[in-house]
Design a protein around this ligand. Structure first.
Ligand code: LER
Ligand code: MN
Length: 267
């Protein structure tokens, strides 16, 4: 199993769930702490220049685990469930550019809160809007070897696809080969009955896992049972990426260091 750290650009919203901001310095620190890779939480596809990204990764001996897109929703308000044709076109175009980056770096693009809310829409309507957008982006991504990963997010952040079960149902309905699941144990702790069992039972659909403790601090600093989670993952021979997506407390350096030190006990 490989372990990444989620990082963002300097201009990321204060609410972005990352410990470090600024790509160059963040990568230097992630590498020094022993992370295998970085998850790039991007607001727009042009936030990092491709050549610069390549040389930073090489310099620091890191891989990109995934391009994550929470800020596309939080900062710019784009959503897969939007009904506005112009906004849908803009979102499609932005995601194809993310896919282009992922084709060279990471081969995965996340769909977290950017799937959007249901609001007044029925579940059926939401599903149709989501599947329409996901199919188009996944068709573009498929020949480039890129997978999109859908992240169930707890009800206090969004009203659509909160639990792993709901995510799996939507994947079944969509039936898109390069659309997979990305559980986040922080959200599972709120929405799912049993985190370890939920991961184990759905392992065939899972391509990526977000790690944070119950309070979104470093794993080990809350009350999620990580030993049980990693036992379950080991039983399934999970060897893909997991990524640390936590708040920068008590401060960014301490949080990032505590997380990797604790997780290495299980990996
Ligand atoms: C938000 O809570 C989160 O976990 C992100 O990864 C999803 O956009
Ligand atoms: Mn997450």
């Amino acid at each position: 199993m490989k372990c990444a750290l989620a990082i963002a650009g300097e201009n990321a919203l204060p609410s972005a769930f990352v410990v470090f901001r600024g790509f160059s310095e963040s990568m230097r620190k992630a590498s020094a702490l022993g992370y295998d890779g970085v998850e790039l939480a991007l607001k727009t596809p042009d936030e990092i220049e491709r050549k610069e990204l390549g040389s930073l990764l090489k310099q620091n001996n890191l891989s990109v685990s995934c391009i994550s897109t929470g800020q596309v929703y939080a900062s710019l308000g784009y959503a897969f469930t939007d009904t506005d044709a112009v906004r849908r076109k803009e979102l499609y175009s932005m995601f194809t550019s993310f896919v282009d980056i992922a084709a060279d770096y990471g081969q995965q693009v996340n769909i977290g809160r950017v799937r959007g809310a249901l609001g007044e829409k029925s579940q059926q309507e939401g599903d149709e809007l989501f599947i329409d957008m996901a199919s188009k982006i996944c068709s573009y991504a498929e020949p480039k070897g890129v997978t999109l990963v859908l992240e169930p997010v707890n009800r206090y952040e969004i009203d659509y696809i909160n639990s792993v079960d709901q995510g799996v149902q939507l994947l079944k309905k969509a039936s898109i080969p390069n659309l997979k699941l990305m559980p986040d144990v922080f959200h599972m702790n709120i929405e799912d009955v049993d985190i370890a069992k939920g991961l184990k039972d759905n392992i065939d659909d899972i391509n990526y896992i977000h790690l944070a403790d119950s309070n979104r601090l470093a794993p080990g600093d809350g009350h999620i049972n990580f030993e049980e989670i990693f036992d379950a993952l080991k039983e399934t021979n999970y060897s893909k990426w997991c990524s640390v997506e936590i708040l920068p407390y008590p401060n960014p350096d301490v949080a990032a260091e505590r997380a990797i030190k604790y997780l290495r006990n299980f990996m």
